[in-house]
Design a binder for this molecule. Structure first.
Ligand SMILES: Cc1cc2nc3c(=O)[nH]c(=O)nc-3n(C[C@H](O)[C@H](O)[C@H](O)COP(=O)(O)O)c2cc1C
Length: 172
């Protein structure tokens, strides 16, 4: 699968077969996350993977956004200790953009490897942090569920390019 095919055929996957994700696959996916571009190459991120089925069930109970039974969950955090200049909020915003790039690399690499995933923004942050024994400096910003797709949904409606894309200038 080439890069453009992966981008254009990726879907958010919310139902999974019971097949586990082998550790080598998870390592490759995490490597893809860590290869994402990062403002100032700061890489102020941290990724935690959970593959133990019992722990995933416990995590589901803390995360209303998780539908279905994923084989793995990756938790994406910002390392606040590394984000030094938040005066104007610029760096803080850049870190979120970085995390978005890492999210997309995770979803695309999983898809290219025959797996599927979905970003999850709905979870009980403090409860998940406690569950993962996170230190204070790690701030959870996103969960990603992963597994072998049981069902690949149709592409949901996307806004027309003519509505969101302008050439040279905004107005005619
Ligand atoms: C930051 C973010 C948070 C999301 N949170 C959830 C969520 O909590 N539950 C869920 O089912 N999908 C979630 N999604 C997936 C979106 O619903 C999905 O990307 C969107 O419907 C477009 O579908 P597609 O990814 O197949 O193109 C989230 C996506 C993003 C980028």
């Amino acid at each position: 699968m080439n890069t453009l095919d992966a981008i254009l055929t990726r879907r958010s996957i919310r139902s999974f077969t019971p097949e586990p994700i082998p550790n080598e696959i998870m390592q490759t996916i995490i490597q893809a996350a860590a290869a994402a571009p990062s403002g100032g190459n700061a890489q102020n991120w941290c990724f935690i993977s959970i593959c133990d089925p019992q722990r995933i069930q416990a995590l589901r109970a803390l995360s209303p956004g998780i539908i279905g039974n994923p084989a793995a969950v990756i938790v994406l955090c910002i390392d606040k200790d590394r984000v030094t200049d938040t005066k104007e909020g610029d760096l803080a915003q850049m870190v979120l953009i970085d995390l978005g790039a890492a999210m997309q690399n995770i979803l695309l690499s999983a898809h290219a490897l025959g797996y599927g995933g979905c970003a999850i923004g709905s979870y009980h942050k403090q409860a998940v942090a406690r569950f993962l024994k996170l230190p204070e400096n790690l701030d959870i910003r996103l969960l990603i569920v992963l597994g072998k797709p049981k069902h690949i949904p149709k592409c949901p409606p996307k806004r027309a390019l003519k509505e969101i894309y302008h050439q040279e200038q905004y107005r005619e």
